[in-house]
Design a protein around this ligand. Structure first.
Ligand code: URA
Length: 433
């Protein structure tokens, strides 16, 4: 196909605010997938979409175009209602890592395909790979086999699942083209539709550390993804959740796995993290018709056993998670005033974590599994001048003083205690059938 002249016309049309036809959208996605359109033209197109937006029809066409660059996972061989879950991306977001074993422990099959870090938000795959030996690259046959035998897997989208999204996602991460409702909706839904589940639970994050900074945008994104899913016969439930403050006390890779593991094995963890995991898991269980509560599955040890089973099935060494306990901090951030922690800016913490090495600055950077941040004083905690606010981890980072200063600025200390914003803000649709 002759893409060269067409692609410039398409970029210019979007740059000038025109609506593209489904055929033009197919052209650019197919051309990029076949290698005929280079990264620089795709980047220009993506930036034009970020600046000009897309109509719902264009977004649906973009989702369909990315979906059909690959295959749909055929989960027919797996008994029962199949569930899937996805987050729009957050700072400290380890919810999938805890939710998948909880849901699977109730007998609901879940083939969870996740992504790598994007912008300042962490990636579930990068986190999972910090478990020694854990293999996220499963073939289609291995995914189906593991969901049949273990009940769940936590893996990368295969090369056959929306391959166009996989390539575009990596490009968006390093070209400032993440924050766009149509790009996020089509990216998530092309993968979720290809994932073959019947029910999709979406965690739409709102706030400073999320791509959606305002609740109105989050609602728009949620409703758009729901409309796309329903158009393909899927049941879609969206929880709008707070992302002004990092989720839990850990941000990074192994450090987040450790926190998710502690939650699953019933050890004390941050209350808001636990609320989020249990509420989203209950939403998923209810939607799939399971008559069990997430808290029971954690308390009985069933969720932790299922997590260990998943880790072992994917070649991981479950005991390596506790190696985290011996990682020394590279720097300690202390309070410069006395009072109560009123806010912790998730965006600053996310950026600092990437700079420490937990995320990527360019497409092919390697992530440091031990890099990250431990928040020692959560919102509402009383601190004195000199109290420890956070510990920073990461090897030989020459910018450590600059990063420590930034992390210090992320903490707002007030004279009086202020309540933290609710972790769950809204559910769409409001009434589950
Ligand atoms: N998660 C995705 O899968 N894609 C996006 O664009 C953003 C978050």
């Amino acid at each position: 196909m002759e893409y060269m002249s067409a692609v410039i016309d398409i970029i210019e049309a979007k740059r000038d605010g025109f609506e593209l036809s489904a055929g033009q959208i197919d052209n650019i996605i197919d051309g990029y997938s076949e290698g005929a359109i280079p990264d620089y033209q795709m980047s220009a197109f993506l930036m034009a979409v970020v600046c000009r937006g897309m109509s719902d029809e264009e977004t649906i066409a973009l989702t369909r175009a990315m979906l059909k660059t690959g295959e749909t996972l055929d989960l027919a061989a797996v008994q029962g209602i199949k569930l899937d879950k996805h987050s729009t991306g957050g700072v400290g977001d380890k919810i999938s890592i805890a939710l998948v074993p909880i849901v699977a422990a109730a007998g609901i099959p879940i083939a969870k395909m996740s992504g790598r870090g994007l912008g300042t938000t962490g990636g579930t795959l990068d986190k999972l790979e910090s478990i020694t030996g854990f293999n996220v690259e499963l073939s289609t046959a291995a995914i189906i086999n593991q969901v049949k035998t273990v009940g769940a897997c936590l893996c990368a989208q295969t090369s056959k699942i929306a391959p166009a999204d996989k390539a575009i996602y990596a490009l968006r991460d390093v070209t400032g083209t993440v924050e766009s409702i149509p790009l996020i909706a089509s990216s998530i839904m092309s993968k979720k539709l290809a994932g073959g589940a019947d029910i999709i639970v979406l965690d739409v994050k709102v706030g400073k550390g999320a791509f959606m900074k305002h609740i109105e945008d989050a609602r728009r994104l949620a409703n758009l993804m729901r409309a796309i899913g329903e158009g393909f016969g899927k049941k879609v439930i969206c929880e709008l959740t707070d992302m002004d403050t990092p989720i839990g006390q850990s941000v990074g890779n192994l450090i987040e796995i450790k926190e998710a593991a502690d939650l699953l094995r019933g050890r004390p963890v941050d209350r808001r993290l636990k609320d989020l995991v249990l509420t989203l898991s209950d939403t998923a269980l209810k939607a799939a018709g399971a008559n069990l509560r997430a808290s029971e599955l954690v308390e009985s040890g069933a969720a932790w056993n299922k997590f260990s089973e998943i880790v072992t099935a994917q070649g991981g060494d479950i005991s390596s998670i506790d190696l985290w306990d011996s990682v020394p901090p590279a720097s300690v951030v202390t309070a410069q005033a006395s009072g109560y922690i009123a806010k912790i800016n998730a965006d600053i913490i996310g950026r600092a974590s990437v700079e420490l090495g937990a995320g990527r600055q360019v497409k092919d950077s390697l992530v440091d599994k031990n890099a990250g941040i431990r928040i020692e004083a959560v919102v509402g905690t009383e601190v004195q001048y000199g109290s420890v606010l956070a510990k920073l981890y990461g090897s030989e980072n020459k910018q450590i003083d600059k990063i420590s200063e930034a992390v210090n600025r992320a903490f707002l200390i007030a004279e009086n205690r202020r309540p933290a914003r609710a972790a769950i803000l809204e559910t769409i649709p409001v009434d589950l059938p």
